[in-house]
Write a protein that binds this ligand. Structure first.
Ligand code: ZN
Length: 343
């Protein structure tokens, strides 16, 4: 059976269109009607620069990896027509050494929605209809708020980062960079038992959102001194770098106590003056955090059960046909945190 769909397609730097496609439903997997999608930093990079890091858009690709929808047809006995589901954008191979050791986010041939990492590119979820694997569908109660449930993917990223830090119970936590991911990390570490959460950002608007998402203390490095937190080799047990800015990497190492842990979440390029000696002498554990594994299901559960409320982060909603306006607004960080598309 052929299904007509319309999709948000990127062809290169600042070149997007909403175009018609025909997709095939051959009674395998699950056909979904997408209801809503969140615009992420990588979607913005593809729009603004035509690339994310080294991965350039070389052929038209459907954007989007934060999407939810409703089941239209499925071959899974665990799903039914009309079921509301959050869509896990990860499709690991299932048989590489990482997949076999429950480290699927490191899969060597991961197929992740809306990513130009491989060629041909993997299409994303900003489309009216899409066929996915049944395993990518995580059901949630129909009465849950769609605006909330679209946060499953970024919340999964935040919970994974929190898990990378180890036990959070009673810990003092520093988060540098409180865009949507930094704010969701604040809410995740609070839920997981952190005793004190200090958030730093140069944007007063982002800091006020962090306060609503669980921060106890806000600090703007443009005006406020962090010196007190650097005394005695650092104050915080755990720091999260969520901006990707080189100076923020240094700040995190300075305020993290000796023997503490720093988790790098923000994506960025080289850090020219990386303070190698500080990392060595303070014996800090420096960890990367990339995407998520089982945390996607945890995030769906937290949102459906109102464990956290992500709605302070929702800045605007657009019809998907207004894709370019939505991307332009979402790219203006003085106004926008998370922007959602309605399908
Ligand atoms: Zn694999």
């Amino acid at each position: 059976m052929k299904i007509n769909t319309e999709s948000c397609v990127i062809s290169g730097k600042q070149t997007v269109s909403v175009s018609h496609q025909e997709i095939e439903w051959n009674n395998k997997g699950t056909l979904l009607k997408i209801s809503r999608g969140g615009i992420c930093g990588s979607d913005l990079h593809y729009y603004q620069e035509g690339r994310v890091g080294n991965f350039a858009v070389k052929a038209p690709m459907i954007l989007g990896h934060e999407v939810i929808g409703t089941v239209v047809h499925t071959d899974s006995p665990e799903l039914h027509e009309g079921q509301t589901v959050a869509i896990n954008p990860s499709k690991p191979c299932g048989h590489c050494k990482y997949c076999l050791s429950q480290e699927e986010n490191q899969c060597t041939t991961m197929r992740f929605f809306g990513s130009a990492m491989y060629f041909p590119h993997v299409d994303g979820g900003f489309t009216r209809f899409k066929t996915v694997d049944c395993a990518q569908c995580v059901p949630y109660p129909a009465e849950a708020d769609e605006k909330v449930m679209v946060f499953a993917e970024p919340l999964a990223v935040a919970i994974h980062a929190a898990h990378e830090a180890g036990d959070l119970q009673g810990k003092r936590v520093f988060i540098s960079g409180v865009g949507p991911i930094g704010c969701l990390i604040a809410s995740a570490v609070k839920t997981l038992g952190a005793a004190e959460i200090v958030c730093a950002d140069v944007s007063p608007r982002s800091l006020s959102l962090a306060a609503q998402m669980g921060a106890d203390t806000l600090v703007n490095p443009l005006h406020d001194s962090l010196d007190g937190w650097k005394e005695e080799k650092g104050y915080f047990d755990i720091s999260f770098e969520a901006s990707g800015h080189p100076s923020s990497v240094t700040t995190c190492l300075e305020v993290t106590r000796a023997k503490g842990t720093m988790v790098q979440v923000g994506m960025g390029g080289a850090v020219p003056e990386f303070p190698m000696m500080m990392l060595i002498a303070k014996e800090i554990s420096l960890k990367g955090s990339f995407r998520f594994t089982t945390e996607f299901n945890t995030a769906v559960s937290w949102l459906a059960n109102k464990v956290i409320n992500p709605l302070p982060l929702l800045s605007a909603e657009y019809a998907f046909t207004d894709l370019e306006q939505a991307l332009i607004f979402a790219g203006d960080k003085t106004q926008a945190a998370k922007v959602q598309l309605v399908f």
